[in-house]
Write a protein of this length. Structure first.
Length: 255
């Protein structure tokens, strides 16, 4: 009779289970009431904020925003004033041709590549969209030289959709004052959309850009001019007393 097999008393090796930590949720440093107050003050200071890129229709807006990458609005406006007088539609831009477009915008950074994109997006608008600027983000992103920021600006300014176009100013402010911290523009955009009250969302994009451009500047924030200095959570801030909350005259907006 065969001897029965004895069970081993040595415990079987245990499998190592690696627990993946969920990425920490980065939250705004402000309560809902504080965010409401921040944008209430912005709304009083600039009741009707406007973008500073000059344009005459949705097409020229697309072109202007696409040209503004790594360039100032003032520099773009200087170049496009003459350009848009002779080419304010995709068809006219194609008639002008890449060489002449390049001559008009040669004062703008990366002008050679941008001229190619202007002609290419004009051609696509004629071929696929009957010469009209599309009103959806996915379609706008099909256009050469148009990224998410450009698409969001066009949706907001040309078609009245509430979007957040995260440029360098908005990205800096969202992180500096800890309103909607994020490592990428897309992260900041999504967090701002969650944080900003719906009734302020339409103008929020311009309020934040103008605040970053003229008050919360990159190198040296002018905290003494800030209407939210008492609420600000930035470790860089130099004052705690907010600037007087008054509406800026239209001629001073953007100066």
């Amino acid at each position: 009779m065969a001897n029965p097999k004895l069970k081993s008393t040595t415990p079987a090796p245990q499998k190592t289970v690696t627990t993946r930590r969920k990425p920490a949720t980065v939250r705004s440093a402000y309560s809902k009431a504080e965010v409401e107050e921040i944008f209430r003050r912005f709304s009083i200071q600039r009741p009707e904020p406007k973008g500073e890129l000059e344009h005459v229709n949705p097409f020229t807006l697309v072109v202007a925003v696409a040209l503004s990458a790594q360039a100032t609005d003032a520099g773009v406006n200087k170049a496009t004033r003459a350009l848009f007088k002779v080419a304010d539609t995709p068809e006219k831009m194609l008639e002008l041709g890449e060489d002449q477009v390049r001559d008009y915008i040669k004062t703008i950074g990366l002008y050679r590549n941008k001229a190619k994109n202007v002609i290419a997006l004009s051609q696509m608008l004629v071929d696929k969209f009957d010469g009209k600027v599309p009103q959806t983000r996915d379609e706008l992103l099909m256009l050469p030289g148009v990224g998410r920021k450009t698409a969001n600006v066009v949706l907001s300014m040309a078609f009245g959709q509430a979007t957040i176009a995260v440029d360098t100013h908005i990205f800096r402010i969202a992180n500096r004052i800890k309103l909607a911290p994020g490592k990428t523009p897309d992260e900041v955009e999504q967090r701002l959309l969650k944080v900003i009250p719906d009734h302020y969302l339409y103008h929020a994009h311009h309020w934040l850009i103008l605040h970053g451009r003229y008050v919360c500047k990159a190198r040296k924030p002018e905290c003494e001019r800030c209407v939210i200095a008492d609420l600000c959570r930035s470790p860089e801030k130099t004052v705690d007393i907010p600037a007087p909350l008054v509406a800026l005259p239209p001629q001073l907006i953007g100066e």
